[in-house]
Ligand binder design. Structure first.
Ligand code: NCD
Ligand code: ZN
Ligand code: ZN
Ligand code: ZN
Length: 429
């Protein structure tokens, strides 16, 4: 099967792209034979997005999300590869957990790989899995605090051992940096436990101190360090400095930490409860500046679906996190286009949401529109204006802190390994 995408706007300029079976077989201005021709005039073609940070759930939490619903959501959002987080039930912390996940993931409509969870007791399990170098393990995830049904690593000696294993098997260590001891301190010091004080209770100090700790450890051990969901100005400044002398430090930012802050909490309540918390306007500014400067390596959605009913419980009972797969690309495109040109916007999105994740996690033949690569492509209408309406989400989590936001740019069609998916969402303005 040969599909010709005719007259696409790409980072290279206007091009015709030929998809042959599951690969990109030609990029150029010339003609070629085809079975189907798609006129892409006026549309932009992105490489498929690669999301490093997705909580698919499934297994014992199918009520929150499944591999089918999550990957439908991914396609709707232009995301063609996802990396799944280990805080599932059962957790992906040993071979048994990994096997269970592999079975569930057979439902996936997009490409995927898994992050293995490190705990204080599973180092031999992790080594056992990594010794065989399975291609579907992307990295090792460590939580320095409790966030959402995850295990915590508090012991610095064990943390160092995890970094050593990561170094030995050449896998990045991904870290949720909020430190438990600091969260505990602030929790006991804050008398009123309500969503209004979430960013005080889960104080920024926790992520800042955790970031210092793991930056030092990465220097000492030499392993690849990947800092998840950087949310404060202090962290990004520490990371910027660290990157000058350690090329193995990478960091991810989420759309919500870039573009939302605690000012929305009175309006959205627990819908906006997330870890690390939505922070301040100065943090949005600092993160966006460093995104434009190239300090930030990747965009991760931290798609963390929970039932709306669960989010409507009291502050302490409501789980943290919200869906993000379907909103990340249009929001990013909209916000970048407000300040930079279309060409620069294409370049930044393709780099942070596709090329860099592929490089950091060694995903081969993806991450770029290139002959010989798999045909993971996103046809995008850069002029379409619409409003985010979570009732139209493919995800089971039908709510969003971005609800009602007017965005420009919409995924029209997605190719995953050459398989075409048309977007039929009726999210019109
Ligand atoms: C995530 C979840 O629900 O799995 N929640 C969140 O608030 N981000 C866990 C996490 O990424 O910390
Ligand atoms: Zn996290
Ligand atoms: Zn997460
Ligand atoms: Zn580029």
């Amino acid at each position: 099967m040969k599909t010709l995408l005719f007259n696409c706007q790409t980072e290279l300029g206007i091009r015709n792209i030929l998809i042959k079976d599951d690969q990109i077989s030609y990029i150029g201005l010339g003609k070629s034979e085809y079975d189907e021709k798609i006129d892409c005039h006026g549309f932009t073609l992105f490489p498929g997005m690669i999301d490093t940070h997705v909580h698919v759930r499934d297994l014992e939490m199918t009520y929150k999300e499944t591999w089918e619903t999550a990957t439908r959501a991914a396609i709707a959002g232009g995301i063609t590869t996802i990396m799944d987080m280990p805080n599932t039930k059962p957790a992906t912390i040993d071979l048994e957990g990994l096997r269970a996940k592999r079975l569930a993931a057979l439902q996936a409509l997009v490409n995927y790989c898994f992050h293995l969870g490190a705990t204080e007791n599973n180092l031999t399990d992790i080594e056992k899995i990594l010794r065989k170098q399975p291609a579907d393990v992307a990295g090792i995830k460590v939580y320095l605090s409790s966030s959402s049904s995850n295990e915590v690593v508090r012991n610095p000696k064990i943390l160092e051992k995890i970094f050593l294993i990561a170094y030995k098997y050449d896998k990045p260590v991904l870290v949720h940096t909020e430190q438990q001891s600091i969260l505990d301190k602030w929790f006991s010091h804050t008398s009123e436990k309500s969503i209004k004080f979430h960013s005080l209770i889960r104080n920024r100090e926790a992520a800042i101190e955790g970031t210092k700790l793991v930056l030092d450890l990465a220097d000492k051990v030499g392993s690849k360090l990947y800092l998840c969901h950087v949310s404060t100005q202090e962290e990004i400044e520490l990371i910027k400095t660290a990157k000058k002398q350690n090329e193995n430090v990478f960091c991810e930012v989420t759309p919500h930490h870039l573009f939302l802050n605690e000012n929305i909490i009175p309006e959205v309540g627990n819908i906006g409860k997330v870890n690390p918390p939505l922070s301040k306007k100065i943090d949005n500014k600092a993160l966006f500046k460093e995104l434009l400067n190239g300090t930030i390596d990747t965009i991760g959605t931290d798609h963390a679906p929970h039932l709306k009913k669960e989010k409507e419980q009291s502050y302490l009972n409501a789980p943290s996190g919200f869906p993000g797969l379907e909103t990340a690309l249009p929001i990013l495109f909209t916000k970048l286009r407000e300040v930079i040109s279309q060409d620069e916007t294409l370049h930044i999105i393709s780099t942070l949401f596709s090329k860099n994740p592929a490089d950091i996690f060694k995903i081969e033949k993806r991450g770029e529109i290139k002959t010989g690569n798999y045909a993971d492509l996103v046809l995008f209408d850069p002029n379409k204006k619409w409003k985010i309406k979570s009732q139209n989400f493919q995800s089971k989590a039908k709510y969003s802190p971005f609800e009602g936001m007017e965005v420009q740019g919409k995924v029209v069609m997605c190719f995953v390994n050459g398989i075409k998916y048309e977007n039929q969402g009726d999210t019109k303005l």
